[in-house]
Design a protein around this ligand. Structure first.
Ligand code: MN
Ligand code: MN
Length: 316
């Protein structure tokens, strides 16, 4: 069983004080991803009204949901990210083949949930050995966007073309689609802005303008996006709305997951951004305490190791 003391002890060993605040933000992003996934999974596929009826405001890592999770248990959003992170660390960089092999092994290990597009393209990969899916205008789901964090950390500080190439290499294993690409790259750039300590409101504004300028469908300033589906456009709208309208990790996550719909994935992505923004210290203690301890340790370790791979901090 994971206790808050374990996390603090763990952080003190792998994240020396002198290296803060960047490692604290990177670990915050990874733990935020896992916390948001575990929090949102309970209400995945419910509407905001159903959530209100059953929970009032859903505010704790209670497990349950359609996947019948244990309290603090995470889903594919976090476990695919961790599989990708391990592959990046083993290969010494972002490689499509290593990512595809890692996702294939991940699916063989019978995860609690697997997205339809992910499953279809991993089965295709088993047949062809080609780590790049065919371009598909229908594959605009959020399955590649939910697992961008290890790429963002491994590419921190690199030139833009390299970041984009790495983002697409991981994404195209299962999602080869322009809207998915644009969302993935936007998320990576926002994570970089926040890790660098740039003003969050300004970063969201600038990155959103660029995204909406290229793909107007992403515009999120009109109507409150409730019950977001797995369509990456709706995911990004809910996440951006929740992020720009709140000023704490907790408020952001409560806003986003109580919209229901694909709540584990909007929760994971919003948690990643809010964790990079507010750091580990900004994540409510009760959520860190409740999170699966093994997963929490892996998130913290990978955050540190991936940053070290990017040239920031010492290798573990
Ligand atoms: Mn999930
Ligand atoms: Mn989901």
């Amino acid at each position: 069983m994971f206790r808050p003391g374990d996390l603090i002890a763990h952080r003190l060993t792998v994240l020396p004080e002198k290296a803060a605040p960047l490692p604290g933000k990177a670990a915050g992003a990874y733990l935020g991803l896992a916390v948001g996934d575990a929090l949102g999974a309970t209400v995945e596929f419910l509407t905001p009204n159903e959530i209100r009826h059953q929970y009032g405001v859903h505010r704790d890592l209670t497990g349950g949901g359609w996947l019948r999770l244990k309290a603090g248990q995470v889903t594919d959003d976090t476990t695919m990210s961790l599989a990708l992170g391990r592959a990046i660390l083993a290969a010494g960089g972002v490689r499509a083949q290593a990512a595809a092999d890692a996702f294939d092994a991940w699916m063989r290990a019978r995860p609690v949930d697997v997205g339809n597009t992910v499953r279809r393209n991993l089965i295709r990969f088993r047949g062809t050995g080609n780590p790049q899916a065919t371009v598909c205008e229908h594959d605009a789901g959020n399955g590649a966007a939910m697992r961008v964090l290890p790429v963002a950390l491994a590419c921190y500080g690199q030139p833009e073309e390299k970041i984009i190439a790495a983002s697409r290499a991981q994404a195209h294993v299962t999602h080869h689609n322009a809207l998915s690409d644009a969302a993935c790259e936007t998320l990576v750039f926002v994570v970089h802005d926040l890790l660098a300590g740039r003003d969050a409101a300004d970063a969201f504004q600038r990155r959103a303008e660029a995204l909406v300028g290229a793909y107007p469908a992403f515009a999120f300033d009109k109507k409150r996006r409730e019950n977001p589906s797995g369509y990456v456009v709706e995911t990004m709208q809910a996440v951006f709305q929740g992020s720009v309208s709140t000023s704490s990790f907790e408020d952001c996550l409560l806003d986003v997951v109580n919209r229901g719909g694909d709540a584990d994935t909007t929760g994971a992505i919003a948690g990643m951004l809010a964790g990079a923004r507010y750091g580990v210290e900004g994540i409510p203690r009760r959520w860190l305490r409740a999170l699966d301890g093994k997963i929490a340790a892996q998130c913290s370790e990978q955050a540190h190791a991936l940053l070290a791979l990017a040239g920031f901090g010492e290798p573990a």
